[in-house]
Design a protein around this ligand. Structure first.
Ligand code: IFM
Length: 724
């Protein structure tokens, strides 16, 4: 495998996608794969994890740090900026084994050639640091200058967030200290630079502090500079690591960085023989996940668009627990725990949200920011026709979010065997989520079962529906999980038992949850084996995705909500019943699984990047690997290819797609490799696509690392599972 994603030739229309495709990061920050001379117009962003700000009536969103990687080249007084002077040769190349982004641009001038080569990486050992190498080669005698330093005029969607700028030169370093509005937090950026030669002039502008480095080069000469960028915020509580930045720091840091990633891949790489392309795009997906993993914190999660910008308000959705978690759980369980601790620590936010609606228990934020604050607005989409906010019900009605957190915690305990999660508040989290669903159960006078009415399932195009199968089954799962934990309460440590007994009437809760689980209505397969997505779905207009699309009056029009083109039809946004059946496949016959896949797939727009992987995984469970494969590839290529949906109405939703990356991993491990965990054991029942001959990967299970190798010979598989 080459471990390379590259783009050859410069096309300005690719700038936006390339920002996502060539992203580097270390969990503390994500650096969009934009070019050195770019500014906010080309969506440059050093997106910071876990720090948010709100300006006026705008949406609260995460911060982009001042950009200290900025550098603009001039030769003999003329600007060499790709947008103004197209390079004859241009290549962006991300080596995702190394996690280093390389750029090479060459301009031909009447006098000769100018070549610019850069590389950058985000330090994996010190999450505050970024490194950059910048090299100019000329083949004729000329004067060059590089204007470089800190560009504090950052890209914001709902900014500007920085209120006060303190820009200074401190010893040799340039420093920008910017204070943000909402809570008067501060972001500091320090740029230290080593250069091969040249004189320097400091330029201070409103929001920028730059140095213009000038020198004369002879034909064949090279100018080089390396940079260390240090970013801290007032939220950081770790001690700064003071280290002088000298000539060979970049080289040494790069070696350490490569060693770190080398170790990571020993654990995380998935080898696929017989399909180089699939192996490449899958591991590229894993690169994205690891680049945004919050390893520097004990309690932090991953936003739906990773660290690629401020889209979706930098908020955490169910994407993390349902799609990204397995990768971390099987390869870096400590990161999985960090993600779940974020949910446990934001339980107070979920309890408050429930109270706000007059509910019991924990209603987690649909779009979670710091402290579990729900960033989801009641008007979350802007209408393309009127420019007005549209009332949407994601925040109020997407109640399946709380069950996703329970699902994540249960999976963590089951796979890691780490019971400390219960002592740390996992138990209360599950109980409060179960209390939430219990309080929402509705029983009709004449009926004999409980219902969950007025909800939104994973398919967001149909709002305020009754008895969404996925939601009901996940609520039942939550009751079952809570019952199971309360049943074995006495096995937990004394302190946990005491805490729970002090807080709750355990016997009563057990009764309630048992009753909830036993009586909650679940839609049964009809005579054709189809599970109705929600009450009344079958009566909706049965048209094709293309027909619905043809009814759009505007390309950015939102398909769902009260007047959306899909709302009165059977066309759904993303896997819904299919997600339900994937997670609970063992409860249904193969025929039911297949019938639903065949029924819902043509009715699914796949308008969310979360959709394809569920179709892929369920297809594997239905022994339809050939049908699974294109969906798997779609999921794994969400960022490799780019071109995903950019707009929901007039709201920008572009960025990277970590849930699709995690979904591709789940499909590979659970679908094609057929891994499951039963009674404390790993079971492997492979179902390869026709051309795959071998898979190799490692999995953490119950505190042990297992190396799994599956070889396909003719129609037979041999499986070798070795514990390390
Ligand atoms: O969580 C998803 C949701 O299911 C569909 N809309 C986008 C969200 C963030 O990825």
């Amino acid at each position: 495998m080459k471990w390379i994603i590259k783009e050859t030739g410069f096309s300005p229309e690719r700038n936006e996608d390339n920002g996502n495709r060539f992203l580097i990061g270390n969990g503390y920050m994500g650096v969009r794969g934009t070019l050195e001379e770019f500014t906010k117009e080309q969506l440059v962003a050093i997106n910071l994890s876990g720090i948010y700000d709100k300006v006026g009536d705008g949406w609260r969103e995460p911060l982009n740090a001042p950009n200290a990687l900025y550098a603009l080249l001039q030769v003999d007084g003329e600007v060499f900026h790709v947008m103004e002077r197209e390079p004859g040769e241009h290549e962006l190349r991300l080596n995702f084994r190394e996690a280093v982004l390389y750029r090479r641009s060459r301009w031909e001038t009447p006098k000769g050639k100018i070549t610019l080569e850069t590389e950058r990486f985000a330090d994996m050992d010190n999450p505050h640091c970024l490194y950059q190498h910048y090299k100019v080669t000329v083949d004729y005698e000329c004067d060059i200058s590089i204007t470089t330093g800190i560009d504090g005029d950052v890209w914001d969607i709902y900014g500007p967030h920085y209120q006060e700028y303190v820009l200074k030169q401190d010893a040799e370093a340039l420093v920008a200290e910017v204070s943000i509005q909402e809570k008067r937090e501060t972001v500091w950026v320090k740029e230290e630079l080593w250069k091969s030669e040249g004189k320097e002039e400091i330029i201070k502008e409103d929001k920028k502090i730059l140095r213009k480095i000038s020198c004369s080069l002879k034909a064949g000469n090279i100018f080089e500079m390396t940079k260390k960028v240090n970013i801290r915020t007032s939220k950081d509580d770790d001690a700064p690591q003071e280290e002088s930045f000298i000539f060979d720091t970049f080289i040494r840091k790069k070696e350490e960085h490569l060693a770190h990633w080398g170790k990571h891949w020993e654990q995380a790489m998935v080898t696929i023989e017989g399909d180089e392309e699939a192996m490449e795009v899958l591991n590229y997906s894993l690169y994205h996940l690891y680049s945004i993993a919050p390893r520097h914190s004990k309690s932090l999660s991953i936003p739906a668009r990773g660290l690629s910008g401020q889209t979706y308000k930098g908020a955490v959705f169910w994407d993390t627990e349902m799609f990204m978690l397995p990768f971390f759980l099987y390869t870096k369980p400590e990161v999985a725990k960090t993600l779940l601790r974020y949910r446990i620590d934001t339980l107070p936010g979920a309890l408050n949200k429930a109270k706000e609606y007059g509910y019991e228990g924990a209603f987690y934020a649909w779009e979670s920011q710091e402290g579990g604050f729900d960033a989801c607005s009641d008007y979350n989409v802007t209408d393309v026709f009127t420019g007005r906010p549209m009332r949407t019900y994601f925040r109020d009605k997407q109640i399946h979010i709380s069950a996703a957190i329970v699902y994540g915690i249960m999976r963590y305990a089951e796979v890691s065997g780490d019971n400390s999660i219960w002592e740390e508040g996992g138990l209360e989290t599950v109980i409060e989520c179960a209390r939430f669903y219990y309080g929402l159960l509705i029983k009709r006078v004449a009926g004999d079962c409980y219902e969950l009415r007025d909800v939104i399932g994973p398919d967001e195009y149909h709002e305020r529906v009754n008895n969404n199968g996925y939601t009901n089954r996940m609520a039942k799962y939550t009751f079952e999980a809570a019952c199971q934990l309360l049943d074995r309460l006495e096995q937990f440590d004394n302190e946990t038992v005491r805490r729970i007994n002090d807080k709750y009437k355990v016997a009563e809760l057990k009764n309630n949850f048992f009753e909830g689980a036993a009586n909650l209505y679940l839609p049964h397969p009809d005579k054709d084996g189809i599970i109705e997505q929600f009450d009344g779905y079958k009566k909706l207009e049965d048209v094709s995705v293309e027909t619905v699309k043809s009814r759009l009056l505007h390309e950015k029009e939102y398909w769902g909500g009260a007047y959306g083109v899909a709302s009165e039809t059977k066309i759904i946004k993303q896997a819904d019943v299919v997600t339900y059946l994937t997670l609970f496949a063992q409860e249904y016959s193969l025929e039911v699984l297949k019938n639903n896949w065949n029924y819902y797939e043509p009715r699914t727009e796949h308008g969310s990047s979360l959709s394809a992987c569920m179709y892929a995984w369920l297809a594997c469970l239905c022994d339809m690997q050939d049908r699974a494969y294109p969906f798997f590839m779609k999921s794994a290529m969400a960022d490799w290819k780019g071109g995903g949906k950019q707009w929901a109405g007039l709201v920008y939703i572009g960025g990277s797609h970590p849930a699709a990356a995690g979904g591709a991993y789940m499909t590979a491990i659970h679908g094609f490799a057929g891994v499951s965990f039963e009674n404390g054991e790993i079971k492997v029942k492979p179902k390869f696509p026709a051309h795959w001959t071998k898979m190799k990967f490692s999995i953490h299970f119950m505190n042990t690392v297992y190396d799994i190798e599956i070889v396909k010979e003719k129609d037979d598989y041999s499986v070798r599972t070795l514990s390390r």
